[in-house]
Write a protein that binds this ligand. Structure first.
Ligand SMILES: Cc1cc2nc3c(=O)[nH]c(=O)nc-3n(C[C@H](O)[C@H](O)[C@H](O)COP(=O)(O)OP(=O)(O)OC[C@H]3O[C@@H](n4cnc5c(N)ncnc54)[C@H](O)[C@@H]3O)c2cc1C
Length: 461
């Protein structure tokens, strides 16, 4: 039986690797060390054995060969948005792909190709030039690869499913050092595992996926005073039950701190908001949103907008930020849940607590799908707060934990890998059949467990 790598604390001599790379290697003690080990999420203190700033597929392959020779692990990271769950990295080289940028769009085939370090806004803007849209998430600077390998929940998901299931090919450096292009015909098991199974199966150097002929959407935010939170969220939940797949929406409590980074009209204010995104005809969108409008929002920004503007609809921070959050899928959202949700969130240090409406294409199975076939849960919850210093961190952490504990009776048996910011049992991130297949594939492609994901899959022998 192959042995799983064991932790190795000894100092690592990265000199030989430095000489091999187009990019850079930074080791503890180097002047660039503190900057090199930063994640996008500044609340995460990453202390790997070394950091590689790769610039090419050859750099990735050389890092894998070096790690193999030194019996250490490699953790690929695009931006560090998902760094919170990664844990102790003392036996691990952090392989950053942020310099491996580049997007090409083939407008005829409606396919985009993104290199490993590409962030979503780069794809969204390149696609929009051709009247096309990608299944991008709520944040402009989340990494395309990390997001897609973990699933990928976009504003268009109820119509087009999760991002991982629109992937057409993935280029990867495997744990054995091979450079492989995977698709349905070539290494189909590896291709299946990469599409939703997370970053345990190889180091992705480029990814290709479908785009959709959408140039504008009817979308925006309806803002209400936070003291109407329970009423508005209950009305929103009932409204979601009637919506077609073209309509995706979020019910959300926002509590903005009184800090200069927040724009004047909302600084220091709290709201309950409903975000609606309709990818059909605007007149039909307006008709569907009308029942929410009759609730009398204090601000209403729902209108026809270019699809690229969806990248900023959710007002996610651009650039590194210290955040502590966590989430889970919900089997149901009823009035009792909403009352508890509001009671726990309003007045707490949580900045944003949201419930996203799932269903539609997200819940439909297809034999061509990857490791995440379909999610049955109709809603998903995520709550986050800013944690710039330890006291704030503790306060946010315990508020988020209390909220999750309170919602536990409604929480689905398995959750969404990308919205899990704490380490979960890997089995809870997938259906039972997918989890066992993932473990068998991991044992074949990376039997020594060299490639480390933020949500690792243990090999099964
Ligand atoms: C502000 C914010 C908004 C978000 N909005 C959404 C959203 O709307 N929808 C959604 O689905 N998710 C969303 N997420 C979650 C996000 O998709 C995950 O955090 C995802 O892991 C981020 O990918 P990344 O590459 O940016 O992060 P990273 O932390 O760099 O990567 C996360 C993991 O992906 C894997 N990985 C990254 N690059 C590679 C590679 N080249 N090869 C192999 N594995 C790799 C690794 O396992 C890594 O640990 C959001 C997160 C934040 C913080």
């Amino acid at each position: 039986m192959t042995e799983i790598l064991t932790r190795r604390d000894t100092g690592l001599d990265v000199g030989p690797l430095r000489n091999l790379l187009d990019g850079d290697v930074v080791a503890p003690g180097d002047v660039e060390w503190d900057e090199a080990r930063l994640a996008w999420n500044l609340a995460v203190d990453q202390n790997p054995a070394a950091v590689v700033l790769a610039e090419s597929t050859a750099d990735v392959a050389a890092t894998v060969a070096f790690a193999k020779a030194h019996v250490i692990r490699v953790a690929p990271q695009g931006t560090g948005h998902g760094a919170a769950a990664i844990g102790d990295m003392s036996d691990t080289v952090l392989l950053k792909t942020e310099r491996m940028r580049g997007v090409t769009v083939d407008p005829e085939r409606r396919i985009a190709r993104a290199e490993a370090g590409t962030i979503w806004i780069e794809v969204v803007e390149a696609a929009a030039e051709h009247g096309l849209a990608a299944l991008a998430g709520s944040s402009p600077d989340v990494g395309v690869v990390g997001y897609t390998l973990g699933g990928g929940l976009s504003w268009l998901a109820r119509k087009h499913g999760i991002g991982a299931n629109q992937v057409t090919a993935i280029e990867v450096v495997t744990a054995s050092g091979d450079v492989v292009r995977t698709d349905w015909a070539n290494e189909p098991d590896l291709f299946w595992a990469l599409r939703g199974g997370g970053g345990s199966f190889g180091i992705v150097t480029a990814i290709e996926f479908n785009l959709f002929p959408i140039s504008q959407v009817y979308a925006g935010i309806l803002w209400f005073p936070v003291d109407r939170a329970a009423e508005i969220l209950k009305a929103w939940r009932a409204w979601t039950e009637e919506m077609p797949d073209e309509m995706t929406s979020v019910g959300r409590i926002l509590q903005f701190p009184p800090i200069p980074e927040i724009p004047e009209p909302v600084r220091g204010q709290s709201f309950v908001v409903v975000q609606t995104i309709f990818s059909g005809d605007s007149a039909e969108g307006a008709r569907l949103v009308d029942p929410l409008r009759t609730l009398g929002p204090v601000m209403d920004t729902v209108m026809t907008i270019p699809v690229a503007e969806l990248s900023r609809l959710h007002m996610d921070p651009e650039g590194p930020a210290p955040g502590v959050g966590d989430g889970g899928m919900l089997d149901d959202v009823d009035d009792h849940l909403i009352d508890l949700f509001v009671e726990q969130v309003v007045g707490s240090p949580i900045l944003s607590a949201e419930i996203r409406h799932l269903g539609g294409a997200i819940a439909r199975r297809d034999s061509r799908h990857g490791a995440v076939d379909a999610w049955e849960a109709p809603y998903l919850m995520f709550a986050v707060g800013i944690a710039p210093f330890p006291d704030a961190r503790q306060a946010v952490e315990s508020s988020v934990r209390r909220l999750r504990d309170m919602l536990e009776p409604w929480e689905s048996d398995h959750t969404y890998l990308n919205f899990a910011e704490s380490r979960r049992k890997a089995a809870t991130l997938f259906s039972s059949a997918s989890y066992h297949r993932l473990r068998r594939i991991k044992a074949i492609v990376d039997p020594t467990d060299m490639i480390r994901s933020n949500h690792p899959i243990p090999p099964a022998f």
